[in-house]
Design a protein around this ligand. Structure first.
Ligand SMILES: [Zn+2]
Ligand SMILES: [Zn+2]
Length: 459
């Protein structure tokens, strides 16, 4: 029997981790941590692997909701082969070392005693075992090599991949990971298989978001440039909360281009920290990973002002500056959260959102706030200091995730026997399920696999 078990804690974008079993072969896809949960609760349900003889772990990309718990899983299964692309391995080291620092701080300041899950040394030890594979070259996994695996470019962030697994009986299971089919600014859209898939495991982050029929990335970028230009010319500052990995590099490049061509004023761009380290990896791999501008070095092309160190005291917002800083969700204690507290009351300033925000995050609260109303920036939306919302707030779609229609079109073109929906909040998964049921030909099984339940794949 071939089966799929969702090891994620709940039906949401959490600690991504999926177990595929075929006879005696067991493979795990991704080992992430939940972006909002703390401590033990943030891990996937590894306890369900107790009796499993795990032989391989394949990681789709280096966002922490996919790789954050990898060293923990490796410690449980030191014999399991760990596979990812080279860029994911390079970025993964950067992200996970940063994660050790964040966890250590949470132990010190918030008393989370189980942190850090691993030390810098343990991480290095784990990472030395990672095996890297190029796109579209099949390799064998499993103790006797009886499963065939192939990685395909997922177009989501540098190094991201979808994973094809082919069982001994010839069943082809394809996991999209996080996918974007359209070109972004630095990396091209996904190059996914177009046929020959029996079971499709598909992300649905944007399963319930609408996109204007007139949308083009170029038009969206023009609207973005106008918002920056108007704010800076009006004597304001611009805050753009971004994820350190992916969005920082894509937008740094675009804002640099806008500044060079005079479409926006010649303003200092504050950016640094983890984002700058990841940009270094983007630059180091510019010749040997899929790129829209091979050879382009973002750090050389776009001059930035480094962020002050924590010990230099808090960063004060000044008019005429652009702050491209993490986190994208504006989580409490992050720089974007601290700067938002300064910017929100100022009518001349602007906060520009450029991607997905979890519905419970401070970023989502600001996005949906009523102008002139109040918003709170802490963990609890009803407690703590309230800030008056006077600044300009706008949202732009530069998502690294495919819009719903693209996911539907891909599923329809692929025409698998079975579709499993993962990586989307409850509403997104439900709407995708409904639309796919309408959209797919009869006889296709569509399901949202419950966490912790072993699901037999239709053969
Ligand atoms: Zn991702
Ligand atoms: Zn993800």
């Amino acid at each position: 029997m071939t089966s799929f078990t969702n090891l994620t804690g709940a039906m949401e974008i959490g600690a991504n981790c999926y177990l595929i079993q075929d006879g005696t072969t067991s493979v795990v896809l991704d080992a992430g941590v939940h972006p909002k949960k703390i401590g033990e609760e943030s891990k996937p349900r590894f306890e369900l692997l107790e009796d499993v003889d795990l032989q391989a772990i394949i990681v789709s990309h280096a966002h922490l909701d996919h790789i954050g718990a990898l060293p923990v899983l490796q410690e449980k299964f030191p014999q399991a082969e760990v596979v990812m692309t080279r860029a994911t391995a390079e970025i993964g080291r950067v992200m996970l070392h940063n994660s050790v620092n964040v966890m250590t701080a949470k132990r010190l300041y918030d008393g989370v005693v189980e942190y850090p899950f691993f030390s810098h040394g343990e991480l290095d030890h784990a990472a030395n075992k990672w095996v890297t594979r190029p796109y579209e070259e099949s390799f064998r996994v499993g103790r006797s090599g009886d499963m065939l695996a192939t990685l395909y470019d997922a177009g989501h962030i540098l190094g991201s991949c979808g994973v094809m697994l082919e069982t001994r009986a010839g069943m082809r299971i394809f996991y999209t990971g996080d996918v974007q089919f359209e070109d972004q600014s630095l990396i091209p859209g996904a190059a996914f298989p177009e046929d020959g898939v029996d079971v499709l495991i598909m992300e649905c982050t944007h399963g319930n978001t609408e996109r204007s029929v007139n949308y083009t990335r170029e038009r969206e970028m023009n609207r973005f440039a106008r918002a920056i230009r108007e704010t800076l010319s009006g004597g304001g500052a611009v805050l753009i909360p971004v994820f350190a990995l992916g969005k920082t590099q894509e937008l740094l490049y675009e804002i640099g281009k806008m500044r060079d061509s005079g479409r926006i004023p010649d303003a200092p761009i504050y950016s640094g920290g983890l984002g700058a380290k990841v940009t270094g990896v983007y630059d180091r791999t510019t010749y040997d990973t899929p790129r829209l501008h091979p050879g382009l070095l973002v750090r050389a092309a776009v001059e930035t002002v480094p962020l002050p160190r924590e010990t230099d005291g808090p960063l004060r917002v000044s008019p005429g500056n652009i702050y491209l800083v993490s986190s994208g969700m504006m989580s409490p204690h992050t720089l974007s959260n601290k700067l938002a507290a300064q910017i929100l009351p100022h009518p001349n300033d602007a906060i520009l959102f450029v991607g997905y925000s979890d519905p419970d995050s401070p970023a989502a609260r600001i996005k949906t706030a009523t102008p002139g109303g109040n918003v709170r920036l802490g963990e609890d939306p009803t407690a703590g200091q309230a800030y008056r919302v006077n600044c300009r707030i706008e949202s732009f779609d530069f998502s690294g995730h495919a819009p719903r229609t693209a996911l539907l079109n891909y599923a329809r073109a692929l025409n698998p026997r079975e579709i499993l929906l993962v990586h989307g909040d409850e509403a997104a998964q439900r709407q995708m399920h409904q639309e796919l049921t309408r959209y797919m030909s009869k006889g296709v099984t569509i399901s949202r696999p419950l966490p912790g339940r072993r699901h037999k794949l239709s053969s």
